[in-house]
Design a protein around this ligand. Structure first.
Ligand code: PLP
Length: 455
């Protein structure tokens, strides 16, 4: 037992429910506002974009929601995922800390994202939706949703942030293999995309812009197409809690409990998925785990943004939520961790950070690749550039424990592998990777555009 490296659950241990942290949150929920009226949204407005079952999950106060059997059946293609003890990394660091990671890179799409993609495709199919539209940054979300839509016989249109579309052609081919249509964003297919192309033909795009295009297509489709979001919203974070529910059981198998839990954050979903079931144990079970969300210094929404009401997208078509934001018009520098290039943060995670129930830290790009390579050489798996942010801070925690002579138990989410990100590794290994300075002026300018909401 004592030298076990991987902790594996059986198919019968696959969670039967998702966990809704809102049921245990000590903080009042914040309203979701209409982007034009700035009044609380009605289900009518949301139903243009989402099927009713997902809208109900979005506002639910139920602690647990049953995972439909067809969703569990598809989860079984890759779940339960393994929990690893990173023994070789511990040895390389010479740390007394115990480092564990939950390996979500074993899904067919290579990340945690199918956990919600499969659920969203299922509920859309059940509601009679014919096609979905979505955005993708690095291509991880697009490939996860393409996989899911394929299983449920739904068409899919993906608006892919241009800089990633150019840097990562293989992700696009993977989406097309599953049967999706992929367009570089800003595109010629939407009013908003054409407007941006006229203003700046060289625009690298951003998640905020791609969301606007996908939302515009769904909203103007007369009901045939619905929109699907891969992060940020309550129902997305909830679908990811299968990660943490499994990890709770696996830490018990290892006979340990985490002192600190770490994850990278773009919109917050992979980290919430791992963290929220453990946060429940803090809120109700008397545990005192520290939670650290890691973001890039290039898009430091929690550490440098405002806690304010802001639009979810750049074109101000998506609902307004209260969150840490850099401003909806902020276009982040073109870092390789495309999945972390988002101006906002999940409202629940924003609120938990604001209240001091979770912490956040921002790390620069170069040090994340240094950590990723160290991890790959110790544990064998090449991490996604997003995941490398979590690894950076997990290593820093392990080194801090070494300095203090503490046996700290560290758990982080291995959100995805980097097999499609090798051009980024090539840049790093050849010394060509740059660190982006904190985009202070751009953020200051974007902050002037926050909607004036009288709370
Ligand atoms: C999309 C993605 C992220 C960031 O999104 P979250 O919603 O914050 O989880 C992190 N890691 C990987 C591998 C991703 O694909």
């Amino acid at each position: 037992m004592s030298d076990q490296t991987r902790f594996l659950l059986n198919e019968t241990d696959l969670p039967k429910c998702w966990y809704n942290v809102m049921a245990d949150s000590p903080l009042p929920p914040t309203p979701v506002l209409h982007p034009v009226t700035l009044e609380p949204v009605t289900p009518d407005f949301l139903s243009v974009l989402f099927p009713m079952e997902l809208i109900l999950q979005e506002i639910s106060a139920e602690r647990y929601i049953d995972i439909p059997e067809p969703v569990r059946e598809i989860y079984k293609l890759y779940r339960p995922t393994p929990l690893h003890r990173a023994r070789r990394l511990e040895q390389a660091l010479g740390t007394p800390a115990h480092i564990f990671f939950k390996n979500e890179s074993v899904s067919p799409a290579g990340s945690h994202k199918p956990n919600t993609a499969i659920a969203q495709a299922f509920y859309n199919k059940a509601a009679g939706t014919k096609a979905l539209t979505t955005e993708t940054g690095a291509g991880q979300w697009g490939s996860a949703l393409a996989l899911a839509c394929n299983f449920f016989g739904l068409d899919l249109e993906v608006y892919m942030v241009r800089v990633s579309y150019d840097q990562k052609p293989y992700r696009r081919i993977m989406m097309e293999t599953y049967g999706a249509q992929v367009f570089a964003s800003p595109s010629e297919r939407t009013q908003f995309g054409r407007l941006l192309q006229a203003k700046d033909p060289e625009s690298p795009g951003s998640l905020g812009i791609a969301i606007s295009e996908a939302v515009e297509v769904a909203a103007t489709s007369g009901g045939a197409k619905k929109y699907s979001l891969g992060s940020v919203l309550n129902h997305v974070l909830m679908h990811q809690t299968v990660v943490g529910e499994e990890a709770l059981k696996q830490m018990e198998m290892a006979g340990e409990y985490p002192d600190v839990i770490i994850g990278c954050v773009g919109g917050g979903s992979n980290y919430a998925g791992l963290a929220y079931p453990f946060l429940r144990q803090n809120l109700k079970g008397g545990k005192r785990t520290r939670f650290i969300a890691v973001e890039p210094t290039a898009t430091p929404s929690i550490t440098k943004g405002a806690y304010a009401f802001d639009y979810g997208d750049t074109a101000k078509m998506a609902p307004i939520v209260k969150m840490y934001t850099l401003g909806h018009s902020f276009v982040p520098p073109s870092i390789h961790a495309g999945g972390l290039r988002y101006h906002g943060m999940a409202p629940s995670m924003s609120a938990f950070c604001k209240a001091g129930l979770m912490e956040a830290i921002a790390v620069p790009q170069l040090t994340t690749f240094e950590a990723a390579v160290q991890f790959a050489r110790a544990e064998g798996i090449v991490p996604a550039p997003e995941t490398a942010h979590a690894i950076r801070v997990a290593i820093d925690e392990a080194l801090d424990a070494k300095e203090k002579g503490e046996k700290r138990v560290i758990l982080f989410n291995f959100s995805g592998h980097g097999h499609f990100d090798l051009s980024a590794y090539q840049a790093y290994l050849s010394g060509k990777l740059e660190d982006y300075a904190y985009p202070a002026e751009e953020i200051q300018a974007a902050m002037k555009d926050l909607p004036q909401v009288v709370a």
